[in-house]
Design a protein around this ligand. Structure first.
Ligand code: GLP
Length: 233
């Protein structure tokens, strides 16, 4: 793992933008994208830039089960608002949170990933070490799954909803096995509340208790974090 520590998240986000830009210049055509507050400054760099994404495909990590694309808390809505409406992509994929048939949806999304191998996968990090919505205990070799969110994830994400009862309890998430098939991985994490997860991910033994620790087994992972997130290394 190549761990790069920056003074603050603005500097890290600028470096992340340069990383994506270099990847595209080197021929990347499919980006794996993430939601959450962490990638927002990176997406702002992308939308402010003169980069052309009209030949680029994106495959997002996850979506809440039960939320429509028009719901302002859905990840499809988030991606449209922060990136796709401002920078047209060739094609954009996000799991379909309205598909009630979990088996069909997870199969469909695995096929999307197989048909569009990911050149660069962008990741955030949950406070409990989750990536995408792969909670502790997730199979390191797994494909897309319907996940029951942990209380810690529901609590962490409640800040985006009017009340905690509105936070969905299930999500569809790309599996760790699929994330590991990406050619390159770029993980971003900012702030003191990510320091424990960063320490376990980088210095702990790979264990399913810390989903992000699987990344130690990937040959091309770059971690860009601020000083606060690096404070326990
Ligand atoms: C959610 C998303 C993750 C994201 C995490 C961290 O759980 N499913 O992909 O990494 O939140 O969010 P934030 O970046 O807001 O800290």
């Amino acid at each position: 793992m190549d761990v790069k520590v920056f003074d603050n998240k603005d500097q890290a986000s600028e470096a992340a933008f340069e990383f994506i830009k270099a990847g595209l210049a080197n021929g990347a055509t499919t980006l794996g994208l993430a939601t959450g507050s962490t990638p927002i400054p990176l997406y702002k760099h992308m939308t402010d830039s003169d980069l052309d994404f009209s030949n680029i495909t994106s495959v997002n990590l996850d979506e809440y089960v039960g939320l429509a694309p028009t719901n302002d808390q859905s990840y499809r809505y988030f991606m449209n608002e922060h990136l796709f409406n401002l920078k047209p992509f060739k094609e954009t994929f996000v799991p379909d949170g309205l598909n009630k048939d979990a088996e069909a949806e997870t199969k469909r999304y695995d096929q999307v990933i197989a048909d569009h191998p990911i050149d660069i996968q962008l990741l955030g990090l949950g406070q409990n070490g989750h990536i995408g919505f792969n909670e502790p205990g997730s199979d390191f070799n797994g494909g897309t799954q319907k996940v029951h969110l942990t209380q810690s994830t529901i609590d962490a994400n409640a800040r985006f909803f009017e009340k905690e009862a509105d936070v969905p309890t299930y999500a569809y998430s790309m599996g760790i096995g699929s994330i590991m098939k990406s050619k390159k991985i770029l993980l971003l994490a900012f702030g003191e509340n990510k320091a424990d997860a960063i320490q376990k991910m980088v210095e702990g033994k790979p264990t399913e208790d810390v989903p992000a620790s699987a990344l130690q087994n990937h040959a091309d992972v770059t971690i860009m974090i601020d000083k606060a997130a690096a404070s326990k290394l």
